[in-house]
Write a protein that binds this ligand. Structure first.
Ligand SMILES: [Mg+2]
Length: 242
């Protein structure tokens, strides 16, 4: 028997962006390695990868208004610090930072997962509001606009640098509901990060979150779907059942 993901169908669904709808192509590791290579520095991708994830895990230093707050100028400071941490050997940090900042702003630096189009179109047909809720910055708007399936199916975006709070701050989720003009109990979050996309929304009083567990790594007790098509099927099944 398949356990229902929710007791009744939500009115609005907020999808995380990176790791849920899109992923960098080439990987962030290779983009950083190439930025160093353009300055004549050859780095082992494994070393860059290890530095990148360490830097991401320790990246909430000196935010503008307390823990898990942000804005556009802080995002630039934060990403410059991450580039400096990943590529300490390069002679020109400013150049590498602006190249990487612009690289990740381009739609062509990102690919959309195969299950996104069928799932989002199916959920759209069910009459649900579909939003993105992301800790990316304003560059995400250009990335979404450059991928027709996202531009056509998404109703709007909630971006941490624009609303001032980063996931998993409760302010992020509550502001998202306010922008969607929906009660928190009517909004479901979906994403690949258990803390940001499942636990955070639950603690903020939302309907909850569903983990997209593409690599089947999640603990048994976390509400999850293996991909977005499975999620869409289960939302439809819930509507048929009600
Ligand atoms: Mg993610």
């Amino acid at each position: 028997m398949v356990i229902p993901l929710f007791d009744r169908s939500p009115s609005g669904i907020v999808f995380d962006a990176v790791g849920t709808l899109i992923e960098p192509e080439p990987s962030s590791t290779i983009a950083y390695r190439d930025a160093a290579r353009r300055q004549g520095i050859e780095l082992d991708p494994e070393l860059v990868r290890d530095r990148f994830y360490r830097a991401l895990a320790a990246d909430d230093l000196n935010p503008p208004h307390g823990p898990l707050t942000t804005d556009e100028s802080y995002e630039r400071i934060r990403w410059r610090r991450i580039v400096a941490h990943c590529l300490p050997e390069i002679p020109d940090l400013d150049r590498a930072f602006s190249e990487l900042w612009e690289h990740f702003a381009r739609p062509s630096s990102w690919c959309v997962y195969d299950d996104v189009e069928p799932a989002l179109r199916a959920i759209k047909r069910l009459g649900k509001a579909i939003w993105v809720g992301s800790n990316f910055d304003a560059r995400l708007r250009g990335v979404v606009a450059g991928h027709p399936v996202l531009a056509e199916t998404l109703d709007s975006l909630v971006i941490s640098s624009e609303i001032g709070f980063r996931k998993p701050h409760p302010g992020f989720y509550l502001n998202a509901c306010k922008l969607m003009a929906l009660e928190p109990g009517d909004v479901l979050f979906v994403g690949d990060d258990p803390a940001h996309d499942v636990e955070g929304p639950r603690l903020a009083g939302l309907r909850g979150g569903i983990l997209i567990d593409r690599k089947r790594r999640a603990a048994e007790q976390i509400p999850r779907a293996l991909n977005l098509v499975e999620l869409a099927d289960r939302i439809r099944a819930r509507i048929d059942h009600n």
